[in-house]
Design a protein around this ligand. Structure first.
Ligand code: FCA
Length: 340
C-alpha cells in the first residue's frame, strides 16, 4: 500500500498509535510505579468456562482493586493461545502474569517466552514440568496440597459409607482419573490410599481414566466402569475435581442409582454450587472446598509486589481444603466470599 493513498486522519491515528507504543516500550525498562502508570498483570487460565477459574479471576480482581493494579483475564486453552497472549500482554505494557497452563509440559516454552517479553510470572494450580518429567521447582508455584486433599476425600467417603452401613462386598469405589496431570493424579491416589488405609477392599477400587477434564469426559469414563461392574449396589465416587465427580454421578443416574446408593465427593467446592442447591439431594454428596478467590488473590498480590517492589514470591505455596456438604455449604461459601 502506498503511503499517499492513506487518508490524513488515518495517518495521524497510526502515528499516534506508534508513538504511544514507543513510549510504552521506553517505560518498560523503568519501574512501573516510578513512571506513574498503573501496573497491568495478566491472569491466564486453561479452562475459563470452569467456575473454579472464574473465582480465581474474581480474587485477582479484588487484589487489583485493593492495591490499584489492572488484571487482564485471558482464557488460554492451548499452547498457541498462551504464546499469543504473552506477546499481547507485553505489547499492552503488562509487567507480569499468573498462569494455570493448559499443559504442564509447556513449562519450558512459557519460561522462554516470558523472558523474551520481560514478564515476571507465577504458576497456579498446575505445576510446570520440565525436561525429564521433573517439576520446574525454580518457577514460583501456588497450588493445593493435592495428596492431602485427596486423602480427605477418601476418608470422608469411607466415613459416610460406614454411617450408611453399606456392606463393603456390595460397594465399589469409582475413581475417575486424569493421571497425565500430576496434581490430578496425586488427588486420586490420595483418595485411594485413604480408602485402603481405612480398610476398604482393594479389589473393589476401580480406576477409570477420563479423556477430557469436563463433565462429558468423566461421564464416559464412569459409564464404561458401570458396564463392567453390574453387580455393585452402592458406589463411592471421587475424581480430580467437582466436574469429574459430577459427570460420574450423572452416569450413575442414567443407570437408576440415586442419592440413596451413591456418595460422590468432589474437590474445588466451586463447581458444585448449583448441584448442592438442587431441592432433592443427588449422589453428589459434598466437596473439599479450596479457596479459588483466595488463590487468585494471593498469586496476583505476590506478583504485584514482585513487579512493584522487586520482592520475589515464595517458590512453593500449598493450600488446604474444607469439607462442604448440603448441610454447611451456603454458610462456608459465604464466609469464603464465594457466594454473597
Ligand atoms: C486443576 C483442576 C481445576 C482445579 C485446580 C486447582 O487445574 O483442573 O479444576 O482443581 O487444579
Amino acid at each position: 500500500m502506498k503511503l499517499r493513498k492513506i487518508p490524513l486522519a488515518s495517518l495521524i491515528c497510526i502515528l499516534v498509535a506508534l508513538l504511544a507504543g514507543c513510549s510504552k516500550s521506553a517505560d518498560s525498562s523503568a519501574p512501573a510505579s516510578a513512571a506513574g502508570t498503573r501496573i497491568k498483570l495478566g491472569f491466564l487460565v486453561k479452562q475459563p468456562e470452569e467456575p473454579w477459574f472464574q473465582f480465581e479471576w474474581k480474587g485477582a480482581e479484588k487484589a487489583g482493586a485493593q492495591y490499584g493494579f489492572d488484571v487482564v483475564k485471558l482464557g488460554t486453552q492451548d499452547g498457541e493461545k498462551v504464546v499469543t497472549a504473552l506477546d499481547n500482554l507485553a505489547a499492552q505494557g503488562a509487567k507480569g502474569f499468573v498462569i494455570c497452563t493448559p499443559d504442564v509440559r509447556l513449562g519450558p516454552a512459557i519460561v522462554t517466552k516470558a523472558r523474551q517479553n520481560g514478564l515476571k510470572f507465577i504458576t497456579v494450580d498446575d505445576q510446570f514440568v520440565g525436561a525429564g518429567g521433573k517439576f520446574m521447582t525454580d518457577v514460583p508455584y501456588l497450588g493445593m496440597s493435592a495428596s492431602k486433599i485427596g486423602e480427605s476425600v477418601g476418608a470422608a467417603l469411607y466415613a459416610e459409607m460406614q454411617k450408611r452401613q453399606w456392606p463393603a462386598a456390595e460397594t465399589g469405589a469409582c475413581v475417575v482419573t486424569f493421571e497425565e496431570l500430576d496434581t490430578a493424579r496425586n488427588r486420586t491416589d490420595g483418595a485411594v490410599a485413604a480408602l485402603k488405609a481405612a480398610g476398604f477392599p482393594t479389589d473393589h477400587i476401580f480406576k477409570t481414566p477420563q479423556k477430557t477434564t469436563d463433565v462429558p469426559g468423566s461421564f464416559d469414563a464412569a459409564n464404561i466402569l458401570l458396564t463392567q461392574h453390574p453387580g455393585i449396589k452402592h458406589w463411592l465416587i471421587c475424581a480430580l475435581n467437582d466436574t469429574g465427580v459430577l459427570g460420574a454421578v450423572r452416569a450413575t443416574e442414567g443407570r437408576g442409582f440415586t442419592a440413596d446408593n451413591v456418595i460422590g465427593i468432589g474437590i474445588n467446592g466451586t463447581d458444585c454450587i448449583d448441584e448442592l442447591r438442587k431441592p432433592k439431594p443427588t449422589g453428589f454428596y459434598g466437596s473439599m472446598l479450596v479457596s479459588a478467590p483466595g488463590e487468585g488473590f494471593k498469586t496476583a498480590e505476590l506478583l504485584y509486589h514482585w513487579v512493584k517492589d522487586g520482592t520475589p514470591p515464595p517458590l512453593d505455596t500449598r493450600t488446604t481444603g474444607i469439607f462442604i456438604t448440603r448441610e454447611n455449604f451456603e454458610q462456608v461459601l459465604r464466609k469464603e466470599g464465594i457466594i454473597e
